[in-house]
Each structure stands twice: as structure tokens, then as C-alpha cells.
Design a protein around this ligand. Structure first.
Ligand SMILES: CC(=O)SCCNC(=O)CCNC(=O)[C@H](O)C(C)(C)COP(=O)(O)OP(=O)(O)OC[C@H]1O[C@@H](n2cnc3c(N)ncnc32)[C@H](O)[C@@H]1OP(=O)(O)O
Ligand SMILES: CC(C)C(=O)C(=O)O
Ligand SMILES: [Mg+2]
Length: 515
């Protein structure tokens, strides 16, 4: 099947900039435009030249910087707007004037205060003037989604006869429903006698969350240009998102008889650039460019993806500019994903029992902590190996009272050679109190040479990794402990060091220490 070309018209720099708070400087617009050009966007709407001196300068700068895409400026159906647009795009290798007027009864009556005949007349005058200044003219029927069909047919026919090469049928207020909108496009193409002399375009807003669905339905009905924006930026709830349109068409060639010239590998970097410049964060679950778009957290999905990616992925993360897909370990993960990530980190489990023990600790951690990073896993495995069941002293429970103006008190339950003992002590701080409580039972006689705490990752839910160094009769022993509670991590580290000391003493003095 020979596929038609779908023209991708990006209006991030014009409609996208109409998002409250998304203003961009001239240089920022040029940076985004260069990325759009690299991605092979066909038309870049760079701004609304008459809006301000700054917007004029930005359109002109984009028209100067971009060589391989058409650069366009918006203008009302007014002579001054059109002349300003023509001047702004003048440096472009390929320029377009985009002129528009509203065609819905509500807009004509209440906003323009014009009769339908006057609107047609003004549209024709505008298109003719634009054609005198530029070979490539697009005409838009603003609020076409709420316009009457007969009137739309008349104005579209007149605009094409006046020289418009692209006819845009915007759903300006996001009111359209896919089937009805597709029918509107189909009828226009069928009923307008000279419709074959223009490309039909759609421009959908997302007020009902249907911008992409409406655009795609229109493509199936014969539209061959889609106006869209990076990250779906745009007036109010935004425009149709470029990345979703492009990837839908590419992923479902069985459904869409069109192709785009877009190189999708630039989608994620461009999305990031637009987000950084505008300060509009991309929601994590945003299709294609959201940070979770190719991330799997649940065990069953992770198992499937590890066995065969297509079980849960319809696109390749690498194709749209991600480094790779992501297996995110969390409380829904299973053993296969856990083992696989640790293998990647160079950790092998000698026995199934060792894996199960580390996996149990991982689930406990995942219940307490949102994001589990590689550093967490490494700490968890060393912690798990450090505190294996053969240890002489084990921490059973720990309670600390710490209040402003009062001396901290720790109560520790230890298992020493399988026997539980409960002990209490106060100290200058909660950690000091815990160490003293442990020491009051163990009587190791060791001196504390080093105590350090490290946050393994960032965030207040990070695990603290504690190192304790004890000295005894000229020997130094390190202990490690990790936990989201640094007092518990400290107790684990102290006990780990005591166990090391015990092993050392057993080797040299089989009678043992005070333990
Ligand atoms: C659906 C869309 O996204 S349309 C594009 C929206 N984008 C923008 O508006 C951003 C840029 N706009 C601006 O900077 C300003 O609105 C300007 C420079 C265009 C006009 O500013 P002002 O002259 O102060 O007019 P103002 O914005 O207050 O009102 C708009 C006027 O344009 C008229 N108008 C609106 N659309 C059109 C049109 N397509 N063709 C002709 N006149 C139009 C309105 O009826 C109104 O006329 P009035 O002043 O006689 O009542
Ligand atoms: C100017 C037009 C194309 C527009 O942005 C709209 O109708 O939403
Ligand atoms: Mg719009």
C-alpha cells in the first residue's frame, strides 16, 4: 500500500506559548525550533508576529535559523496582521502565512460582531492579500468544531478559490467527539467542489482529553496535516500532543494509511527541552515521554518483559529517545526482576535461600521506601550478608525515647547465642544510648574508633548506611548497617562489628571475649 504523507505542523512556539506561564524568549524559541527541525517537523508555527515586538523578533529569528522546515506566523484576517506576518517570515527558506477568522455562530455574533457574509468576505480578502505576499497560505476556520456545515463548506470553498493551500478545521474549544469530528472532515472533503486543491488540516484542543483521538479520527477521514505541540502544551488544557500522534501512526500502520517524516528518536530530548524552558513538568504517566512510559514495577510485568519485551511493550523505548526501558524495583516486584537487577550489579546468590533472605529484606524496605535505587540494593545485600543467621549476637527489637530537654533512653532486645536478653541505658543521644545498652550486656571492652552515617540516596526516605569501627587488643573491626531508621542502622552496625570482634577473638583466644 502506498501511504500518504501526513504533514506534521508543530505549534509549540505559538499555541503552546499561549499556555498561561509558558512564555519563551527569542533564544529559547530558536533552541526549540532547531530541535524540531532536527526531528524533521514539516511546519513550525513560530509565533503571532503582530502580538508584540518580541514575538515578531522571535518569528524572524526562527525563520533565519531554520533551513529545512517551513516557518509560519499566525495572523488575524486583518491587513496589518498579514503584512507583519509576511515581514517576520521573510528570511525563511520556506515561509507560510497562517490567517484565520472565526466561523461559529457564537464567535461571529458575540466576538466579531459580524454577519456570516461579512466573515466570508473578510476571509477571502485576507487570503488574497496573504497570497500576494507569500506562496504558501493556510486558512483556519476558528471554532470550526461548533460551526454550521453549510457555512463551513461555503467559506472553505471561497478560501481555496482565493489561494489557500491548506485548510485548517480547528476544534478550538475541545468540544469535538472523534466519530462526529471525522464525519465533519469527511463531509467537507466530499462536499467542497475544489477540496482537491488543498490539504485538509486539523488542530484539536484537549478540553475533554480527546485532542489526540479527534486528530487521529480526522486523519482516517482524510485530513493530511495535524497541528500539534510537544508535550501537548497549549491554550487551556493544551493541544494534541505531537509525540502521541506520531507514535500512534507509526505503531499502527495497519490502521493509518499515512506516514510522517518525523525521526522519533528526538522525541524525548525535545520533550525535556520544552519542559525545561517552560517550567511545565511532564507528568510521569504521560505517553511516550513521561518517565514511567517504559517503566515496569509489578512482578508479573517485569517477569514478562525480562523474558520477552513485547509481552508488555508496544513500542521500543530506544526508538523515541530513551536510553532503554526500565525495570523499577518496588513493593510489587517479584524474585525474577530482583535477581536480574542484582546480577546486573554483579551480585550472584549462591543459594536460593540466600536469594530469599535478601528478597524478604527488599520487600520490607519497599514497604517503607518509595524508590529503591541500585545503591539501596547493594546496601541491602551487604547488610543481609553481614547479618547472617550464624551470628552470635542478633538485634531482635529496639525502642528509643528521645525528647527535647530530656536524656535519651534506649531499650534493646538482643539474642545472644540464641538467648534473648533485654537491656536499657541512657546516653547523650539516641545512638549513644543504644550503644551503651548493647555494651552493658556484651561487655566487649572494645573502644569505638569511628562512627559515620551516610545517606545512601537522596530524599528523607533514604536509607542511612552506618559504619562503626571497634578496636580491641590492637585489632580493628568494621561493622556495617543499613536501614531507613538511622538509629536501627547504627545498632545493626555496632552488632555487626561486635560479631566480627567475636570471630577474631575466637580465632586467637578460643575461650572468647566477654561476650
Ligand atoms: C484560537 C486562537 O488561538 S486565536 C490566537 C490567540 N492568540 C492571541 O490572541 C495572542 C496574540 N494576541 C495579541 O497579542 C492581541 O490580542 C492582538 C495584538 C492580536 C490584538 O490586540 P488588540 O488590538 O488589543 O485586540 P484585543 O485582543 O483586545 O481584541 C481582539 C480584536 O480582534 C478581533 N478579532 C479576533 N479574531 C479576529 C480575526 N481572526 N480576524 C479579525 N479580527 C479578529 C476581535 O473581534 C477584537 O476586535 P475589537 O477590538 O474590534 O473588538
Ligand atoms: C488559530 C487557530 C488555529 C487556533 O489556535 C485554534 O482555533 O485553536
Ligand atoms: Mg489553538
Amino acid at each position: 500500500m502506498n501511504k500518504d504523507q501526513l504533514v506534521i505542523f508543530d505549534t509549540t512556539l505559538r499555541d503552546g506559548e499561549q499556555s498561561p506561564g509558558a512564555s519563551m524568549t527569542k533564544d529559547e524559541k530558536v533552541r526549540i525550533a532547531k530541535m524540531l527541525e532536527k526531528m524533521h517537523v514539516d511546519v513550525i508555527e513560530a509565533g503571532f508576529a503582530i502580538a508584540s515586538e518580541g514575538d515578531f523578533a522571535a518569528v524572524r529569528a526562527v525563520a533565519t535559523a531554520v533551513k529545512d522546515a517551513t516557518v509560519c506566523s499566525l495572523s488575524r484576517a486583518l491587513e496589518a496582521d498579514i503584512r507583519r506576518a509576511a515581514e517576520a517570515i521573510q528570511p525563511a527558506n520556506s515561509g507560510r502565512i497562517h490567517t484565520f477568522i472565526a466561523t461559529s455562530p457564537i464567535h461571529m455574533q458575540h466576538k466579531l460582531n459580524m454577519r456570516p457574509e461579512q466573515v466570508i468576505e473578510q476571509a477571502v480578502k485576507a487570503v488574497k492579500l496573504a497570497r500576494n505576499l507569500c506562496a504558501d497560505v493556510e486558512f483556519s476556520c476558528e471554532d470550526a468544531g461548533r460551526s454550521e456545515m453549510d457555512f463551513l463548506c461555503r467559506i472553505v470553498e471561497a478560501a481555496i478559490a482565493a489561494g489557500a493551500r491548506t485548510i485548517n478545521i480547528p476544534d478550538t474549544v475541545g468540544y469535538a467527539i472523534p466519530e462526529l469530528y471525522a464525519e465533519q472532515i469527511r463531509q467537507l472533503i466530499e462536499r467542497v467542489p475544489n477540496s482537491d486543491q488543498a490539504i485538509f488540516s486539523v488542530h484539536c484542543h484537549n478540553d475533554l482529553g480527546l485532542a489526540v483521538a479527534n486528530s487521529l479520527a480526522a486523519v482516517q477521514a482524510g485530513a493530511r496535516q495535524v497541528e500539534c505541540t510537544i508535550n501537548g502544551l497549549g491554550e487551556r488544557a493544551g493541544n494534541a500532543s505531537l509525540e502521541e500522534i506520531v507514535m500512534a501512526v507509526r505503531t499502527r500502520p495497519d490502521v493509518f494509511s499515512v506516514t510522517t517524516g518525523i525521526d522519533p528518536v528526538h522525541l524525548v530530548p525535545t520533550s525535556r527541552l520544552v519542559s525545561t524552558i517552560t517550567g511545565f513538568a511532564v507528568q510521569p504517566n504521560k505517553a511516550i515521554v513521561g518517565k514511567n512510559a517504559f517503566a515496569h514495577e509489578s512482578g508479573i510485568h517485569q517477569d514478562g518483559v525480562l523474558k520477552h519485551r513485547e509481552t508488555y511493550e508496544i513500542m521500543k523505548a530506544e526508538d523515541v529517545g530513551w536510553h532503554t526501558n526500565a525495570i523499577v524495583l518496588g513493593k510489587h516486584s517479584g524474585r525474577n526482576a530482583f535477581r536480574s537487577r542484582l546480577q546486573d550489579l554483579g551480585v550472584e546468590f549462591a543459594t536460593e535461600q540466600e536469594l530469599n533472605h535478601a528478597f524478604m529484606l527488599f520487600k520490607q524496605l519497599a514497604d517503607k521506601k518509595h524508590d529503591i535505587y541500585d545503591e539501596d540494593l547493594q546496601a541491602l545485600v551487604s547488610d543481609s550478608r553481614a547479618h547472617e543467621a550464624s551470628e552470635v549476637i542478633q538485634l531482635v527489637a529496639l525502642e528509643v525515647q528521645s525528647k527535647t530537654g530530656e536524656i535519651p533512653l534506649a531499650e534493646v532486645v538482643l539474642s545472644i547465642r540464641g538467648q534473648e536478653v533485654r537491656t536499657q541505658a541512657s546516653g547523650s543521644g539516641p545512638v549513644d544510648a543504644v550503644f551503651k545498652a548493647i555494651e552493658s550486656q556484651v561487655n566487649s571492652g572494645a573502644s569505638l574508633e569511628l562512627y559515620s552515617v551516610n545517606a545512601i540516596t537522596s530524599g528523607t526516605d533514604s536509607q542511612g548506611e552506618v559504619t562503626v569501627r571497634l578496636a580491641h587488643t590492637g585489632r580493628l573491626v568494621n561493622g556495617l548497617g543499613a536501614d531507613t531508621d538511622i538509629v536501627i542502622a547504627s545498632a545493626k552496625a555496632y552488632i555487626h562489628a561486635l560479631n566480627g570482634l567475636e570471630a577474631n577473638l575466637e580465632r586467637t583466644h578460643p575461650q572468647g571475649s566477654g561476650i
